[in-house]
Design a protein around this ligand. Structure first.
Ligand code: PLP
Length: 232
């Protein structure tokens, strides 16, 4: 894992340089779904402090298994009936894919007296199998969520298609970056574009070259995933 991380760090550094950034400008999230807490703790001791999970139950189980002050991110499709378990437990929910979900997060956050940071998930390529807002619907959604007292939008996220050649995703990343710039230019109250969460093991270098500030890397760090270990 140490070697894998060294490789990832070097790749981040190189990609960041091409856009005038340094590796500190890129938040590396270790996507730990299906991997045991031991692997997460090992990665933590190598310097990764942000971890992403895509199942509420699995996230909660892992939180109970460790004492480390890990910054947890939620990156999977979130059902509204599970929102109440998640509020207060994660630093960022990347995958808010509907207004109904945002409204539920507002409701539960208000109940608990906390403000929840979220990203809007965008289905850039309009893939039928994926969740997320279409690009043309994002600004209207943001204007609505901007009125929520206990939700703070901090940017955008996308899950690009899995492709052998990461160059094939470049235009998708570029479109999300452009949307982020457009939103920034609109100066909507209570809306920030701090995070652009895009890029995974296969294509994170391309994502960084196109403006990603947060990348979600699983396989390249932890190795091939065994989905039979997945909960739910
Ligand atoms: C699993 C997952 C990742 C990480 O994928 P890898 O290819 O293993 O790096 C990133 N983002 C989301 C939303 C995921 O579900």
């Amino acid at each position: 894992m140490k070697e894998q991380l060294a490789k990832i760090t070097q790749t981040i550094e190189q990609a960041a340089q091409t856009v005038g950034k340094s590796k500190q400008d890129i938040m590396l999230i270790g996507v730990s779904k299906t991997y045991p807490i031991e692997a997460i703790e090992k990665a933590y001791h190598l310097g990764i402090t942000h971890f992403g999970e895509n199942k509420v139950q699995e996230l909660m189980a892992k939180q109970e298994q460790t004492q480390l002050p890990i910054q947890w991110h939620f990156i999977g499709h979130l059902q509204r009936n599970k929102v109440k378990y998640l509020i207060g437990k994660v630093v960022l929910i990347h995958s808010v894919d509907s207004l109904k979900l945002a409204k539920e997060i507002q409701k539960e956050s208000k109940k608990k007296g906390v403000t929840t940071s979220i990203l809007l998930e965008v289905n850039v390529a309009k893939e039928p199998s994926k969740y997320g807002f279409y690009i043309e619907d994002v600004v209207d959604a943001l204007k609505e969520i901007a009125t929520y007292s206990h939700v703070k939008v901090e940017g955008l996220m996308t899950v690009a298609p899995y492709v052998e050649d990461p160059e094939l995703n470049r235009s998708i990343f570029r479109k999300l970056f452009q949307l982020s710039v457009d939103i920034q230019n609109q100066n909507i109250d209570n809306i920030s574009t701090k995070w652009l969460s895009m890029g995974m093991s296969n294509d994170y270098h391309v994502a960084i070259e196109e403006g990603a500030s947060s990348i979600r890397v699983g396989t390249a760090l932890f190795g091939i995933r065994d989905y039979s270990k997945e909960l739910e």
